[in-house]
Design a protein around this ligand. Structure first.
Ligand SMILES: [Zn+2]
Length: 182
């Protein structure tokens, strides 16, 4: 058994590709969320903590908020899945699937996250919800789960977000030093 687990994230489509040739994608002012499925009270508190940390870092530029209409077109459903469908060797803890019209599915595999910090996993996955890709071998958006690195929104994640949406970095917040992805 390995202590490191893979956060596999099924980002869909070319809209997620970073490209200097195409105009910047638009970051919605409000990213609507609903929380669905058999999460425990503690799980829900950790999800709320991760959403709060992203909102602090986004600093009003965009905001995660509960969806007014749970069936709305651009809603992100944060969904508890009791058992991961694929019993692969390298554990997939969570997956993100974006829908072409906006919104999508953030699936958390409850059988895989036991003993791991869901708030850290959620911080990473919410990065994918915002369109971020894996970057570096350490830090929030590293592909490998590392509880020491995934405690807050770091500079590398915010720099990637700023580039993706053509945002001035000084409007955003992050934790720690302003260092690139390691
Ligand atoms: Zn990931």
């Amino acid at each position: 058994m390995t202590a490191i687990s893979l956060l596999r994230c099924g980002l869909a489509g070319s809209a997620m590709m970073l490209s200097t040739a195409s105009p910047a994608a638009e970051l919605p002012a409000t990213i609507e969320t609903v929380i669905i499925g058999p999460f425990s009270g503690d799980d829900r508190a950790r999800i709320a903590q991760a959403l709060d940390e992203w909102n602090r870092a986004l600093n009003g530029v965009a905001r995660f908020a509960p969806a007014a209409d749970a069936n709305g077109r651009r809603v992100w459903a944060i969904t508890a899945i009791a058992q991961s469908p694929v019993q692969n060797r390298r554990e997939t803890l969570a997956e993100v699937k974006a829908l072409p019209a906006g919104g999508g599915l953030l699936m958390i595999y409850l059988d895989r996250i036991r003993g791991k910090n869901l708030d850290g996993i959620m911080l990473h996955e919410l990065g994918h919800v915002l369109g971020l890709q894996h970057e570096g071998s350490r830090g929030l958006m590293a592909a490998e789960y590392n509880p020491h690195d995934q405690k807050c929104v770091d500079y590398a994640a915010m720099a990637q977000l700023a580039e993706l949406y053509d945002l001035p970095l000084q409007k955003l917040r992050w934790c720690g030093e302003a260092t690139p992805a390691r």
